[in-house]
Every structure is written in C-alpha cells, then in structure tokens.
Design a protein. Sequence first.
Length: 295
Amino acid sequence: MKTIAVIGAGTMGNGIAHTFAQSGFIVKLIDVSEKSLDKGMATIAANLDRMLAKGTITQEDVAKTITNIITYTDIKDGVVGADLVVEAATENVELKLNIFKQLNEACSHNTILATNTSSISITQIGSVVAHPERVIGMHFMNPVPIMKLVEIIRGYNTSDEVTKIIMDLSEKLGKVPVEVNDYPGFVANRILMPMLNEAIETLYNKVAGVYEIDTVMKLGMGHPMGPLQLADFIGLDVCLAILNVMYEGFKNPKYAPCPLLVNMVRAGKLGVKSGEGFYDYSENKKAEKISKQFI
C-alpha cells in the first residue's frame, strides 16, 4: 500500500492522516468543509511541532509529513488511486452508510474500505458495499499519533486476507493491532462506556462530586485520567451515541445512558470541545466542578 484516503478532518481524521503521513504514506485527507481541512492541517502542524520540540522527530520528518498530505473537498476526487480508504466521520450510522455508498461507486472493487467507528456494526456498513469482504473496522485511539492500540474489527463478511493486510499495516504504523469480532461496542467501548456511565450515575445519585469520583479512580485504581474527565475528552455527545448503539444492540438496561448525560448533551455541555462538561475548560481556567446545575 502506498496511498491512503482519510475521510474526515476532525480530531480522529487528522490524527489518522498524521500517523500515515509520518510513516511515509501518501495521504489524501478529505472533508466537505475547506475550513475543517485548514483546521485539521493546523492541528497536524501543531502536533508535529510539539514532537519536534521534544526531540522525537526531526525538522526533515516534519516537512516530509506535511508534504505527504493532500487535501480534497470531494470524495470522488480524493479516493482516486487510494489503496485503502479510512472513514473517520461523525459517529452517526446514516452518515456512515451514505459515505460507504459513495465509496462503493467511486472506488475500485480492490480498494479496502475501513471505518474508524467506535461502536457501529461493520457488518451493517459493509451491507451497502459490493464485495463486503473488503470492509473492516480500524478503531484508532485518541490521540492517534501517540496511542498504540488499533482495534481491528472483522465484520461478518470480512475476509481473512483483508484482516491480515490491515493487521500488518497497523504494525507498520508502529501500532499494536488487536483483532475483535463485530458486536456492539466491540471490546474497548463495551467495557469502557458502562464504566463511564456508572461514574456519571454515581454523580447523578450524589454519592460524591466530580473531583472525588475522579480522584478515587485515579489514585485507587491507577487510572491515568478519571472517568468523568475522560468522558469530557472523548466528548459527551460521542459517549451518548455509543451508549445508545449498545443499548439498541443488546436491549439491555445496563447500557441505558444516565439521565444526567442525556441532559448535559441536550444543554450543549459536551466536554472539551464545547468548553464545558464535567469540568470547565473555558479561557484556560482551572478545571471546576459544574455538573451540579444539571442534576
């Protein structure tokens, strides 16, 4: 593989593009918004500068990585000649199905089609594509350039050959790929999201405050980040979307989102991305507990 197309220039998309480009691949970064592409490229440049300052890469590495990325606002133009397409759009099933329908028309039948979805069925996504054996999940972790894990999800029709290609490719990126099967939440979020939801329930039931809950999990359980802070960094809207997918998929009340989470998302308190969540991130203020107003 030489050329990779990445759809979506947001947090995950620009991180995936950065990682492939730094590993020497030609990357076609696609987004319908020129503004999003500019922001994504600015993020990549800033992240490369931080790595340069730490001495983990050279100025030549920075220049080559940026040169390896070409931006597009049209999917049909962007996927021409791509050996692999990685979709990293918003976690919305209808949006993803629409993108894969477009990819089915625009790409060669030999092109491997991957999705960075964190919860949506690979089998369902593959159902709108001719030759669904080439559809696979590549669930990168955030921040992509730093985190080693890639969850490789096999759909019902995903072939052994495609799985091996993507496992090997992930290793070439310096990642550690783990193969899992296609069930709601896969492994990472099937375990993580109920824990985050339970932390929110604990706050909702006034067992303890935000700082106290996160401190218990950091100091008592050895977590590098408390569950409420982690939810803020993931995005509370993303957490809610994943829990809804799992709840619908399993029909099990243990996956039902906490009412506090639902209300915070409705109120636009999405975490870091909106400036407020369980903590206040606005104007570089020190993190503050703000959730009690939503209880």
